[in-house]
Design a protein around this ligand. Structure first.
Ligand SMILES: Cc1ncc(COP(=O)(O)O)c(C=O)c1O
Length: 416
């Protein structure tokens, strides 16, 4: 591997010195003594967010009280933040809203798609997709009770399995475990050619990889706000519906915020004409404010630069682990060096859980995905090349000393 042939310390210092994104690290609150490699699960706190949320709390809530629904445009917040996010997704401003969780947004769009695709009953996905995505199809199909079903096909067979009965192809763009990346444009075109709609889960893509939903002719998408968008724990999620589907797709959750005239207080449900029909209840304004702060920060960034640095950090990590940790049974999962990938790196080890606990205790924070995957999020806005090198130093030390064997590291926590 390339890195082994050079002096890592000198090279890594040079990489950090030449990094155009280095100043962004100052825009995040990061605790001392921590190398944070879990921004794909919970993004770090932007420095501006506490004052933004405090402002909404004190001025808009404390002083403005209920007047702030109008005066501070709380009522327009899901669309306003959605419009900002649309720029990161390569979509039109009126095609995106922030609302609910990714799981709930999946449910809304799965049922909406099935309703629009009368006569077709299959939702096609891949085995090992993020569990909530598959659970949402299963439970939506059971609720509809009209013979809808989930079918799973390995990714190399997916396109050939799209048939006359396929209503919807539902895939996670960047795989949550492996960082494998689907070709959005190609799959979308292949599915549409056979009459299917496509729903993309962008949870590990938004803010992580360049996206061009409109250029890919995407139909539908959802994604998390708390990962690479730095929206905070439990941040509202987003959903995208291409303009051409606004009039035909109906949310199964016809709450008043998705009504054409919520403040007319009429008895019958009449869906809003545009993307607002996919809203349901009152938006969580404090959480939306935190998400808006994270999104605003991302809008100051060139995503191509982020992608280039992500690739360089991922490849450095892969090279160093391969050179120094492979002998301890650590193996790369997902795309090999040089292949298209998302912005995390995963390694397999039978004792991955305990090793990750030992890493966390040493200040290197990643996470573990059962049964044996150590996952490391690569966030170019606040990670330095030196952080990657230092993380691998710690990993090698944990493996060499067997520190992970300590009983404390075998204890399974609720969240891994
Ligand atoms: C790919 C993917 N989809 C969906 C989710 C879950 O989203 P939520 O908790 O907002 O429902 C996650 C969470 O990690 C995820 O990784």
């Amino acid at each position: 591997m390339t890195i082994r042939t050079v002096s890592p310390t000198a090279d890594i210092a040079a990489l950090d010195a030449a990094d155009a994104l280095a100043p962004f690290r100052e825009k995040f609150t990061l605790p001392d003594g921590v190398i944070y490699l879990d921004g794909n699960s919970l993004g770090a706190l932007p420095v501006d967010t506490p004052s933004r949320v405090a402002g909404v709390m004190h001025d808009e809530w404390g002083t403005g009280l209920i007047r702030s629904w109008n005066s501070a445009d709380w009522i327009g917040a899901p669309q306003r933040v959605g419009a900002k996010l649309a720029r990161l997704l390569g979509a039109k401003a009126h095609e995106v809203v922030v609302a609910d969780s990714t799981s709930v947004n999946l449910y809304k769009l799965i049922v909406a798609a099935l309703g629009a695709q009368r006569g077709r009953r299959v939702v096609l996905s891949e085995p090992g997709n993020f569990p909530t995505d598959l659970y949402m199809v299963e439970t939506a199909a059971a609720t509809l009770g009209a013979g809808h079903r989930l079918e799973l096909a390995p990714r190399d067979e997916l396109v050939s399995r799209i048939g006359d009965d396929t209503a919807l192809v539902m895939l996670t763009h960047v795989h949550y475990k492996t960082a494998d990346l689907f070709d959005m444009a190609a799959i979308t075109a292949a599915a549409q050619a056979k009459g299917a709609l496509v729903l993309w889960d962008l949870s590990h893509s938004a803010g992580a990889v360049p996206l061009a939903l409109n250029a890919c002719n995407a139909d539908l998408a959802v994604g998390c706000g708390y990962k690479f968008l730095n929206g905070g724990p439990g941040a509202p999620a987003f959903l995208f519906v291409a303009e051409r589907h606004h009039a035909t797709l109906q949310s199964p959750l016809g709450g008043w915020m998705g009504h054409a005239r919520p403040f007319a207080f009429v008895d019958g449900y009449e869906p809003a004409p545009g993307i607002a029909r996919f809203l349901c209840g009152t938006p969580p304004i404090l959480a939306v404010a935190a998400l808006e702060s994270g999104v605003d920060l991302h809008l100051t960034v060139d995503m191509q630069q982020v992608a280039a640095k992500s690739r360089a950090l991922c490849e450095l990590f892969i090279d160093l682990v391969d050179a120094r940790c492979a002998t301890y049974g650590v193996t790369l999962v997902g795309p090999p060096r040089g292949a298209p990938r998302g912005s995390h790196v995963s390694f397999r080890h039978p004792e991955g859980y305990a090793i990750m606990q030992a890493l966390i205790a040493s200040g290197v924070i990643g996470d573990f995905r059962a049964p044996d995957i150590m996952r490391f999020g690569i966030t170019p806005l606040y990670l330095r090349f030196a952080d990657i090198a230092a993380a691998v130093d710690v990993l090698e030390e944990v493996l060499r000393t067997g520190a992970w064997r300590a009983p404390a590291y075998q204890v399974r926590h609720a969240v891994t």
